[in-house]
Design a protein around this ligand. Sequence first.
Ligand code: ATP
Ligand code: MG
Length: 464
Amino acid sequence: MSTNETSFKPALHVECRMRDTDGFVRPDRVREEVTEWICENFISLRIDQRLENYEELNHGGAIQSISVVGFSGVQEDSLFHRLADVQLDVQAYMLHPYVVDDHVSEVRPGQQHDDELKPKTRTMPLPSANIHGLWESFTTRMGIVIYWLNCIRELTSKVSMTKSQRLDPNIVSWNHLVLLYGPPGTGKSSLSRALAHKLTIRLGKYFLRGKLVEVDPQSLFSRYFGESGQLVAQIFEQINAMADDEACLICVVIDEVETLTSPRERAATGNECGDALRATNQLLTCIDALRHRPNIVLFCTSNMLQAIDSAFVDRIDIKQLVPNPCPRAIYEIFRTCINELLRTGVLVPSKSNNEDPNLNMRPESPLSQSVHDFVLIEPISIPRFAEMEIRLYDQPHAPARKLWIISQKADGLSGRTLRKLPFLALALYTFTEPSTIHEGLYALSLAVEHELRAYNPHDTDLSD
Ligand SMILES: Nc1ncnc2c1ncn2[C@@H]1O[C@H](COP(=O)(O)OP(=O)(O)OP(=O)(O)O)[C@@H](O)[C@H]1O
Ligand SMILES: [Mg+2]
């Protein structure tokens, strides 16, 4: 197979999570051995497949799990991929335990010891146990984000080559700047962190380590007029210093970036204070100065694209609207919530398929009237969307099919609202513990109707 032919093939991503070996096992060795083992032992792989029987490998003892996590080609819906049709991308990584370093930058000589004069950042090593699993909770509706993940990976890997091969940033421009924007609660902040985590894993070939730096933009505004610009400079000095370690990928997340980058035109017309203007100018200068750093990626989020300075917007390489989840993504959000409730025993499978779900409901709940169509087949967990469509297409009473109907009804609600509804629904509409999945699903459908009514108070008929 020639290199050219291979580079046109989509990538199939396999993640090999290593045990904590205190640095005694090299991830590149594990990666090589696992790649070889897969090529010799498998013809095709399925997305989400967990590979077993790797214990006999030389590095088997250092491996905790091997999973097929994603596909970068166009047929996102197909679950099975022949190895002959893909480039196998195996990554080996170790998760850092839960740690957060709330960093307050040092106070310079002559400066007041005042919390308001200290820009705040939170740093944590990547890949991190804090964030692990977050990406997976997004992927269904996030085809476009998977696409961007691959783009950022490609761009970062190309600028991270050895110095002689490195692209000249003065000629080929890439500002390392990504903006996720959209309505509230659509997952922009979570997604930025998940992207940083995933990027560190996918770029394991180029970077031995990763670090997440979360900047609190509010802390960059000083009550002492004129300090904000300096505070911005201070934060970026720290980031620059971290980036001296070129084996470390630094992912910076600036949430609600519009607070830092209000349009300078407004300042010129006197509606914005000069301090904000200085902060914006300083941020632009700092971003320009980071361009030559191959190991920094900046993720920003905003609710208001129009409230961001145009010179900042112009510097952004990737702008991505993050909308409310589509019904299929809603199914995924509900599915993961309900499976978590089942796993922890808050919800239990039904005792029999003929169970009357009127039992165990709050007496005042409208549920006591009619839930007879909720006669369900006993589940252990709710399957993924694709499996539900294939395996349960002729079982309208299966919980997964019911959940799909509820998900379609919930279209228009934000990810944040959707994530809290399954649990909230139990508190609102059921009164015994634990509730069965019959009851949980019906309660959820009521909670969705209630929430939609709150959004559209004039729309009274939401029953179909
Ligand atoms: N599409 C989605 N899939 C899964 N979970 C989601 C989705 N959208 C939002 N969430 C969940 O909603 C919660 C809030 O998300 P987050 O804070 O990232 O939203 P945001 O877009 O940054 O909101 P804001 O604009 O108010 O800052 C998180 O728990 C996140 O996991
Ligand atoms: Mg946010």
